[in-house]
Ligand binder design. Sequence first.
Ligand SMILES: Nc1ncnc2c1ncn2[C@@H]1O[C@H](COP(=O)(O)OP(=O)(O)OP(=O)(O)O)[C@@H](O)[C@H]1O
Length: 268
Amino acid sequence: MINKSPVGDPPPPPAVRARGLRVRRGAAQVLKGLDFTVERGSVTGLLGPSGCGKTTLMRAVVGAQARVTGDLRVLGAPAGSAALRHRLGYVTQAPSVYLDLTVRQNLDYYAAVLGIPRAERARAVAGALGDVDLTSHADALAARLSGGQRSRVSLAVALLGTPELLVLDEPTVGLDPVLRRDLWALFHRLAAERGATLLISSHVMDEADRCQRLLLMRDGRLLAEGAPAELRERTGAGSVEEAFLRLVDADRARESENGESENGEGDR
Ligand SMILES: Nc1ncnc2c1ncn2[C@@H]1O[C@H](COP(=O)(O)OP(=O)(O)OP(=O)(O)O)[C@@H](O)[C@H]1O
């Protein structure tokens, strides 16, 4: 297990630690100086409206984003380090699945790319298929799958290497309520049984209560971080959605007091 070290050992570094994280994309400052921590073994939700910078933040964490400044450490190493490659799993919003291959062939292919030895591949593939509940579709062509099933194939690919940190960009978007519930149960199982850390983005606030911790974003900045109950209590709100709206109102009021422009001139 990752987060159970013998007594006396220093605690492992957090899964993600950002200090003054900034990203420019094109002419825009998309992330404007974020400080946050993602605890190991947690299911952490990254929530905020469309366009606030969730994907950009995730790309920075997995080392796929250019023009990142500030201090960003992942599992104790600088983000993007080669040493992290096999310790991370990243699932983007667009499922990366070969439509002319079966589900099993897709996973076999990615297992080979990941360097999983041939003798261990069948077991790794079967395990990942079971995790995402696609065993009965193993021999179906990916082209014949529904959108939600294809997303689960991508998730299975990310699980092949048994990553310590899984970064999932809107993994439940477009899924029916039963599948959403089952996937959230899987995320919690991965954290509880394997000590994996999951950083999961969503723009749907009703997923907030499924997370142990939350990072709430707006317009390239972090509005708050903490457990859902903590955020509700801190803002006196009855739901995380209401807490978010109160934090946005407070943020807007602060902005107009400071006379900050919407495109973040104050961040330079
Ligand atoms: N390639 C790019 N070049 C310039 N700006 C970009 C690029 N990609 C995204 N952006 C801008 O960066 C900002 C953040 O985008 P990002 O995709 O990180 O947001 P998001 O919160 O993940 O949105 P969504 O929930 O819709 O996926 C947006 O304002 C977007 O217009």
